[in-house]
Design a binder for this molecule. Structure first.
Ligand code: G6P
Length: 604
């Protein structure tokens, strides 16, 4: 994820950068660093771990004169969290900070190394500064060298670069990672990955768009767009209230977090996909040796991610899988065999029941793996291995983006194991990796779709119950859809396997029973459709979610449709999240803090 900040002005640059980084620390805290250019020379400091380590290291350093400063807080993707790999990265006389991933860095690095450049770090970022300095030697001016550098980069980035060749300037570029610049009446300029660090410092901000690059000095903001033409900054007023600013204009954190899913999944994927393999640097090669069964254990939404995982592990990795609700598992004297890999899934890493099952598995001598969103949480510290989901801070009690990243990890992990065990053909793995790269696009909220759901939601504010139904992996999604709705709307909702409705629940069918039917085109479409028809024949009110028109439905939410059922899964996930959100808003509930619930349940 990483967070970046920048400052041009005459105040206490060190404090300004550190305060900015504090607001962004949730984006990563493997290491942090700053570089300050003042009176012609650079001072740079880095420290491994949380920001307090950097603060402590530079407590005696002061800056009072005019300066240009850049800072970074890192979530490691390329290279371990060491001081050498911490940003800012130095060339001969320039420093760079970067959030994202330079996908062609290996080729660029090879070229530079062949030309005699020495690299200090294992990061992809360091190529940017060396490439810039190489271009500087032949370019007409400093900006031309920067511009040339940007055209040579492929991948996702938000970049800030400071150089002695232009000591009052910060060069920037944005592609796929967030970046903005803020201004105030004192001609100071602030950069950051999100607007919260700028609150109280700036009056207005320009949010850069993908493809923007340019430079900022004390007196000007020069922006070029994707077409290579200069464009005017588009300044908007900055909120003065931190909480509402953190919501970025969305009504609730949950809504913001639904919209953020595309970006956070991009982060989840960063550095973990090559053309033909899924790469989890954090896992040792022998983790899956001798494993004959995977047990997944979790609570709430994370339990639904675990259930989804079981379909993928059995289908692709051909490993026997069982899924457990943590509060049940604890007391039922479960059989634990040493050939079982025990996986806990938790957004917070602190849920008491899940944590306890992890302890039980460890005591029984099982190999353990945590899929978690919070580094250094209790589960991360206890498990033998961890994969971080990189969803960023999730504030809404009803989990959305954490679930999305958990399922993303599981799809990747099932392919990783499939490759280790040879259970899928290499071409199939390559094909699915290509599909995984499309997840961020599949979860992008379509404005027209959101509007439609907003309108439809008024029909679903009452009734005696909701059944979310789906087959196969769409059954856990149905469970998750129902959980979202009941958590924030307080309406009774259940998730059910479509094929099971006729074994009891269909007795409830009448016009006041709402069926939310998940009908993907690429998985058991005809069978699921028959199940919905059975309900429609009994006059249940049906809302069908499908790319294919369904004439028996009362309401129809048409998805775009993809060639693979997993991309349909992600697309429909967004639909059920938005439906719950809009119903809850119409009912006047507190979406982010629903009654009786808590974000992290640390009691059993
Ligand atoms: C609470 C939250 C749920 C969450 C569950 C598990 O019940 O309200 O949103 O899914 O805990 O939390 P975890 O942090 O372990 O994923």
């Amino acid at each position: 994820m990483c967070g970046i900040v920048g400052y041009i002005g005459g105040k206490n640059t060190k404090e300004i950068l550190l305060n900015g980084l504090k607001e962004l620390e949730y984006r990563g805290y493997d290491s942090a660093g700053i570089a300050i250019l003042s009176e012609g020379s650079f001072n740079s400091f880095k420290a491994v771990g949380k920001l307090v380590n950097l603060e402590e290291k530079i407590k005696d350093f002061t800056t009072e004169k005019f300066a240009v400063g850049i800072g970074h807080t890192r979530w490691a993707t390329h290279g371990k969290p060491t001081e050498l790999n911490a940003h800012p990265h130095l060339g001969e006389s320039s420093y760079v900070v970067h959030n994202g991933i330079i996908e062609n860095y290996a080729a660029l690095k090879k070229e530079l190394v062949d030309e005699g450049v020495t690299f200090l770090s294992q990061t992809d970022t360091e190529v940017i500064v060396h490439l810039f300095e190489k271009n500087l030697k032949s370019a007409t001016d400093v900006f031309a060298a920067f511009r040339q550098t940007i055209t040579q980069l492929e991948g996702a980035y938000a970049i800030l670069l400071a150089t002695k060749s232009k000591p009052d300037t910060i060069f920037f570029a944005k592609q796929g990672s967030p970046l903005l610049v803020g201004i105030n009446a004192e001609d100071e300029k602030y950069f950051a990955s999100s607007d919260t660090p700028l609150i109280g410092q700036c009056e207005s901000v320009n949010y850069f768009e993908d493809g923007d690059f340019g430079y900022v000095t004390p007196s000007e903001i020069v922006i070029y767009g994707t077409n290579g033409k200069q464009k005017q900054p588009h300044l908007s007023k900055l909120a003065t209230n931190k909480l509402s600013a953190q919501k970025d204009g969305y009504r609730f954190f949950m809504e913001k977090e639904i919209y953020e899913q595309s970006d956070v999944i991009t982060d989840t994927l960063l550095g973990r996909l090559s053309e033909d393999a899924v790469v989890f640097e954090e896992l040792s090669d022998d983790l899956f040796d001798g494993v004959n069964e995977i047990k997944l254990c979790a609570c709430g939404t994370s339990y639904h991610a675990a259930l989804s995982a079981s379909y993928l592990f059995e289908r692709y990795s051909k490993v026997r899988c069982c899924v457990e609700i943590a509060s049940e598992f604890r007391y039922r004297e479960p059989i634990m065999n040493k050939d079982t890999l025990f996986i806990v899934i938790s957004q917070s890493g602190e849920t008491a029941d899940t944590l306890e099952t992890l302890k039980m598995a460890k005591n029984a001598g099982l190999k353990t793996l945590a899929i978690c969103n919070v580094d250094n949480s209790s589960m991360v510290r206890l498990a033998d291995a961890t994969i971080l989901t990189r969803a960023g801070v999730e504030k809404g009690v009803a989990s959305t983006k954490a679930f999305a990243t958990q399922v993303t990890i599981f799809w990747m992990l099932s392919l990783h194991v499939a490759k280790l065990r040879n259970t899928l053909k290499p071409q199939e793995i390559t094909k699915q990796i290509e599909l995984i790269r499309q997840i961020p696009a599949s979860v992008k909220v379509d404005d027209a779709m959101h509007e439609r759901i907003k309108r439809l939601s008024k029909r679903y504010l009452h009734g005696h119950g909701f059944f979310f139904i789906g087959r196969d992996i769409f059954f856990p999604l149905a469970l998750e859809g129902a959980l979202k709705l009941k958590e924030i709307s307080y309406l009774h909702a259940e998730g059910y396997p479509s094929g099971e409705m006729k074994h009891g629940p269909i007795a409830l069918a009448d016009p006041e029973l709402f069926t939310i039917a998940l009908l993907p085109q690429n998985l058991l479409y005809e069978k699921s459709k028959s199940n919905v028809e059975e309900l429609s024949a009994r006059d249940s009110t049906i809302c069908a979610i499908s790319p294919l028109a369904f004439e028996k439905a009362d309401d129809f939410i048409q998805t775009k449709g993809y060639d693979h059922y997993m991309l349909e899964f992600f697309e429909m996930m967004v639909v059920v999240q938005l439906l719950s959100l809009e119903v809850s808003i119409r009912l006047g509930n507190d979406v982010d803090m629903p009654r009786n619930l808590a974000k992290s349940v640390t009691v059993e």
